[in-house]
Design a protein around this ligand. Structure first.
Ligand SMILES: O=C(O)CCC(=O)C(=O)O
Length: 326
């Protein structure tokens, strides 16, 4: 017999596919979406700010891509505003980012600061103020209740560095804490947090403890940021006018798995020291590797940043992104 819980799950599962339900949510958040009017005009998108939005709305992507993604980025590096103020190490890291789609800032946060953050997270989980979301692995938006997380999320030196890489001011969007490895399949963030023009998203991944190969470390594919962006146009999403298709994320990840096979690329693993930060490009393929030691933790903090002045949305769910007011 089918339980009430199963009925509820099916019902909410179905509701998550109904586009008008998102439009109601967009209407409830119309104040946050207001700035999109001007952006839609700027990028020639003729639709209501409350309507679903996806890559299908952009027959041709706007060529104003981030400077790091232009073919001459390495030659233009020294001309970028702010270049002279970077340290020699930062200059080297930006070159690495341009070429490989990621860079690692070793020991960016001190172990003491990380310990204080972990203590706060433990306390907030213990008091029920923080909890895992439906995946059972992710704690979303802890920065809203944790001063320590918020100070990492908005760390001035980090934001300045991200602003330089992106060539536009970044907008802190959200945080995700992990206590154990995610074991998430390979993906690029651009299908979850999308922009027009493409590429105006960047992410940081901070190790909140030393992480070895058996703890399910983050994996990533150097250079994969240069592949074409995979969108719902590239697989059978099953989307229709009023409904999103079933399991779009699974179909997307299957497509990415096939792409990795086609390209014959090999992953690298981020075994890290507490306080190290890996920064990745919007289109870098990455995920969480299998946990080889079942009882092990893999404490980490992911932060995603959109950029100012571009259209931000979620390709899989066709929602405009709700960026927090400054
Ligand atoms: O930490 C991980 O294992 C993966 C995190 C991730 O892929 C993401 O937040 O986009």
């Amino acid at each position: 017999m089918i339980s009430l819980g199963q009925i509820f799950k099916r019902y909410t599962g179905f509701l998550r596919r109904v586009k008008p339900a998102y439009m109601v949510n967009n209407w409830l958040n119309r104040r946050l979406l207001g700035p999109n009017r001007e952006l839609y005009r700027k990028y020639g998108l003729r639709k209501s700010i409350l309507a679903p939005i996806s890559s299908a709305d952009f027959k041709q992507h706007n060529p104003d891509i981030p400077w790091i993604d232009r073919p001459d980025a390495m030659d233009r590096l020294a001309e970028q505003p702010g270049y002279a103020a970077l340290t020699a190490i930062q200059k080297e890291k930006v070159s690495r980012f341009i070429q490989d789609g990621y860079c690692v800032l070793e020991g960016f946060f001190t172990p003491d600061r990380v310990d204080r953050l972990n203590q706060e997270i433990d306390r907030l989980i213990g008091s029920g103020k923080l909890d895992f979301n439906y995946t059972g692995r992710k704690i979303m938006e802890s920065y809203k209740v944790s001063q320590a997380v918020n100070s990492f999320f908005r760390d001035k030196a980090m934001i300045d560095f991200l602003n330089f890489i992106m060539g536009k001011p970044v907008v802190p969007f959200h945080t995700i804490n992990f206590i154990r490895g995610s074991e998430q399949r390979a993906h690029s963030d651009s299908v979850h947090m999308s922009t027009e023009p493409q590429g105006y998203l960047i992410a940081t991944w901070t190790a909140l403890e030393d992480i070895g190969p058996d703890q399910g470390p983050l994996f990533y594919y150097p250079g994969s940021h240069r592949f074409s962006y995979v969108t719902t146009q590239d697989f059978d999403s099953g989307n229709s006018r009023w409904l999103l298709g079933k399991n779009p994320n699974q179909k997307y990840e299957d497509r990415i798995e096939a792409l990795i096979r086609e390209k014959g690329i090999q992953p690298r693993y981020f075994t890290a020291r507490k306080g190290d930060v890996l920064i990745w490009h919007a289109n870098l393929l990455h995920g969480g590797s299998a946990i080889a030691r079942p009882e092990s933790t893999r404490k980490s903090l992911v932060a995603h940043y959109f950029c100012e002045g571009v259209i931000c949305y979620h390709e899989l769910t066709q929602r405009p992104a709700l960026l927090p007011h400054k």
